[in-house]
Design a protein around this ligand. Structure first.
Ligand SMILES: Cc1cc2nc3c(=O)[nH]c(=O)nc-3n(C[C@H](O)[C@H](O)[C@H](O)COP(=O)(O)OP(=O)(O)OC[C@H]3O[C@@H](n4cnc5c(N)ncnc54)[C@H](O)[C@@H]3O)c2cc1C
Length: 815
């Protein structure tokens, strides 16, 4: 073993092999893979190894189609050919109209990534898969590229090509310790000696947390037992004259593919079992869990009903192995939170299908700092510290039980709730708030008309439409109150705080005490990294002069890592998180000023406290920091309150609000209003795939600033012109909002994709944002949007159709 390397990848399953291979493809050859046993001896060797394009968002579709392209190339490479049944085709079945509608949405979304799915009816399903019955079947989603691959050959081929490019692979070498030095490099201790590495990668499958513990982190990954069996040969398969397409069934929770002359059927039973919660036997390698087919009887009956031929054949082999799950079902691929020079590629539950893409995405991040797609849906920092081992297990069980049942828009499943609450959560619940989950926090979504109210899941406008309309109307006419919990709040102190922020933000950084500004940070490629408000608080009895940096709830760990990574030695800047200590109460509407004035001393007039001001005060007896900012476009105040005083502040506002028609409003009303204002959401509309000009954020960029991160790259991009432009669309339908990923079309070709959509209740417009080609991005351009398989006319309109001059929050009519 050599004594030092650029990257040490730990684990030789598909995750590790794919990462190693792609690092060499990105040009890094001084890289090694360390495997405790033989390659693939974890989960990979016994995988059913189905490979599909299907994914829940465009990043997942893009990386899966990369897997398919790579596997085809490896299959055809005579140097180390791989057994790959590409193109058997696969059907995701459906027996409800809502599932069919979802499939049409996924087909629209995938088209934007160059992937074609077909939505077919039950008869066509049976024509393509002659073994299935059409009972209780409406149809399905067809992926013509579906297939399966030999997992061991795939990993050996990846390792072979990586070695040829200079990488080294150390088998039968277990990593036993990891030590990080002050220069952020690592010493990796193994059973065969130690090796120094600039960067380490945890790709350890179900042993992820053994290696995590060596670097002092716990990853929100747990394992589930997962079984399939392989049948004896089935004569009807031979008679069909073609290979059987794959099946994935959300009706009875199984998958099925051809294996030699028989079928391989895998089960997602309701009585499922976690595995390895109390540690994994060190000798469990190339091993399986004991069979337990009794556990899958419920699912098996469904499979028998769909494929009656199964009742006539014997079972040849049963496989029961551990498979890893995370909190939201998607893997963790990217930087390890709170660590430098440490990455992971873990929690893969469909690692053979996705692994080619995940290794590609990770290698790009390691080598270039960012990948070609926005990788937030995979980013290990998307969960905060609430993602502990017990919560992970509960969510893993729930996810396993719903393997093929995709989430509908606005669906927040019940397991592990409530994970994060404020003192107000039970109070709001008693006031009939319905909650959505944001980074674990229970956040008010809308107010239910009665306790049992439950909207029907689907892609169209649902029964909340009129409720949200009423909430918006009250905000517009009177005043509304909502709680925004978990908002990322970082306090930055020290004499160099503004110089530090100037270096990070691509636009001006407000320095005046008592003032608030909004700004954007770019990565080193000139692409959008984050969005934050900067509020300057003067020194006082609550602390020294300081900046309050505020950003989306989900960005807590992401932004903290980015800020810390860019501190310079000797710079007088201190950073601490207040996210868990403070909650925001938002007052919005024309009566907001009168309400605030009746609860808090001082002059809150427009002259004394105009838009974009910040001030400390007391709301009733609760200490509070008030900012005059507005995501709704109405006159509005964000009232930041320490959690112990939150209820007191709420009572004061509620009490005073009785005379001013104060009502609660929720996140869905905010969504409607922010879209009418042209305000963007981080990681829906603000993506690392686009620069600030493409994202229509020109007014926040100052290219004349002497320096900011990403400036040179941005200048270079400007030379080449935009590839896409974010536009606002008015979609001509009252039946459904546009959902993220939906294809935007012009004359039958895809010209872009939707990022957000909602009904604008004040404007009466069905609004969507989307990135479209520049030649379709002019106001008045006529386009179409594919909403769940139906084409609707859409017109490009100016951003902010409601009060475009921002007269309302500026109170320009008010003296
Ligand atoms: C029954 C079953 C069926 C499946 N079917 C499919 C399917 O059809 N399609 C699909 O895409 N996916 C499927 N999967 C999931 C897929 O197999 C996994 O997602 C994938 O194999 C995980 O690969 P990995 O590299 O993350 O982990 P592993 O394959 O477990 O690899 C981790 C490696 O790390 C090594 N390691 C651990 N600790 C150390 C250490 N301290 N030092 C050095 N090395 C270490 C291990 O020995 C192991 O080789 C299935 C899984 C199961 C169980």
């Amino acid at each position: 073993m050599k004594s030092r390397t650029r990257v040490a990848v730990i684990g030789g399953g598909i995750a590790g092999c794919s990462t190693l291979y792609h690092l060499t493809q990105e040009g890094w050859s001084d890289v090694v893979l360390i495997e405790r046993d033989e390659l693939t001896s974890g989960t990979t060797w016994h995988s059913a190894a189905q490979v599909t394009n299907f994914g829940m968002n465009q990043t997942m579709v893009g990386l899966k189609s990369h897997s398919i392209a790579l596997y085809k190339a490896l299959r055809d490479d005579p140097a180390y050919p791989v057994g790959y049944h590409h193109g058997d085709g696969g059907i995701r079945l459906a027996n409800t109209r809502a599932q069919m509608q979802g499939y049409r949405h996924f087909a629209s979304m995938a088209r934007g990534m160059g992937v074609e799915f077909e939505v077919i009816d039950a008869e066509e399903c049976a024509r393509r898969h002659p073994l299935i019955s059409t009972d209780n079947l409406l149809g399905g989603l067809w992926d013509g590229e579906d297939g399966d691959i030999d997992p061991a050959q795939l990993c050996q081929a990846l390792a072979f090509h990586a070695r040829r490019a200079g990488a080294e692979v150390y088998r039968n070498t277990a990593v036993t310790g990891l030590r990080q030095h002050t220069d952020d490099t690592w010493t990796v201790t193994t059973t065969q000696g130690s090796i120094d590495a600039d960067i380490v990668v945890n790709a350890c499958g179900y042993r992820v947390n053994e290696v995590g513990a060596m670097m002092g982190v716990h990853h929100p990954v747990t394992s589930m037992e997962h079984q399939y069996f392989v049948t004896e040969d089935i004569p009807a398969i031979a008679e069909a004259g073609h290979r059987m397409p794959l099946l994935r069934c959300p009706i009875s929770d199984y998958y099925c593919r051809q294996e030699k002359g028989g079928l391989l059927i895998g089960f997602y039973e309701q009585a499922c079992k976690t595995w390895g919660m109390d540690g994994v036997d060190p000798n469990f390698s190339n091993d399986l869990c004991p069979d337990d087919l009794d556990r899958v009887m419920d699912v098996l009956e469904g499979a028998f009903a769909r494929m009656p031929v199964l009742t006539e054949v014997g079972i040849k082999r049963v496989v029961n192995g551990p498979i890893t799950y995370t909190i939201d079902g998607a893997p963790l691929v990217g930087p390890i939170p709170g660590k430098r020079n440490a990455f992971c590629i873990i929690g893969l539950r469909a690692g053979l299908g996705e692994g080619g893409g995940h290794g590609w995405i990770l290698a790009q991040q390691i080598v270039h700092g960012e990948a070609c797609y926005d990788t937030w849906c995979l980013d290990p920092r998307r969960f905060a510290e609430h993602a502990n081992v017990e919560l992970t297990a509960l969510k893993a069980i729930e996810d396993y039980q719903n393997e093929f049942r995709f989430h509908f828009p606005h669906e927040h499943r019940p397991a592990g709730r409530p994970a994060k609450t404020t003192p107000l959560t039970p109070i709001l619940s008693a006031e009939r708030a319905a909650f959505a989950v944001v980074n674990g926090w229970e956040r008010i979504d809308y107010v239910k008309p009665h306790p049992g109210f439950q909207p029907t899941p689907g892609f169209g406008f649902d029964e909340t439409f009129d409720l949200v309309a009423a909430e918006v109307a009250n905000v517009q006419a009177n005043v509304g109150l909502t709680e925004v919990n978990g908002f990322t709040r970082i306090e930055i102190t020290g004499a160099d705080r503004h110089a530090f922020l100037e270096r990070l933000f691509c636009g001006p950084v407000t320095r005046r005490d008592g003032r608030v500004g909004l700004g954007y940070m770019l990565n080193h490629h000139g692409m959008l990294k984050s969005e934050a408000t900067i509020a300057n608080l003067p020194a006082g009895d609550r602390g020294p002069a300081r900046v309050w940096y505020g950003s989306a709830a989900a960005s807590e760990r992401h932004d903290m890592d980015w800020l810390r990574a860019h501190l310079r030695a000797g710079e007088d800047v201190q950073i601490q998180s207040l996210t868990n200590d403070q909650t925001i109460l938002v007052l919005a509407g024309p009566n907001a000023r009168a309400l605030l004035s009746s609860c808090a001393r001082g002059d809150w007039s427009n002259r004394a406290f105009p838009w974009l001001s910040v001030r400390e005060c007391f709301v009733g007896i609760a200490p509070a920091t008030v900012m005059a900012v507005s995501f709704s476009g109405e006159l509005a105040y964000e009232i930041h309150v320490p959690n112990p005083s939150l209820y007191a502040a709420y009572l004061a506002l509620r009490d005073a609000g009785k005379a001013l028609d104060l009502e609660l409003f929720g996140a869905r009303a905010i969504e409607s209003m922010r879209m009418e204002k042209g305000f963007l959401h981080w990681k829906a509309d603000i993506l690392t795939e686009f620069d600030p000009f493409e994202t229509s954020l020109d007014r926040f960029v100052r290219l004349e600033k002497p320096e900011f991160i990403g400036k040179d790259a941005l200048l270079n991009r400007v030379q080449h012109g935009p590839r896409k432009h974010l536009v606002t669309l008015h979609v001509e339908t009252e039946t459904a909002p546009a959902h993220g990923g939906a294809s935007v079309m012009a004359e039958g070709r895809v010209v872009g994709s939707v990022t957000s959509g909602a009904w604008g209740h004040r404007t009466g417009l069905n609004l969507a944002y989307g990135f479209v080609q520049p030649d379709c991005a002019n106001d008045g351009d006529s386009l179409q949007v594919d909403l769940c398989g139906k084409m609707f006319d859409a017109t490009v309109i100016p951003m902010s159709p409601y009060d475009p001059a921002m007269k309302i929050p500026r109170c320009q009519d008010v003296t």
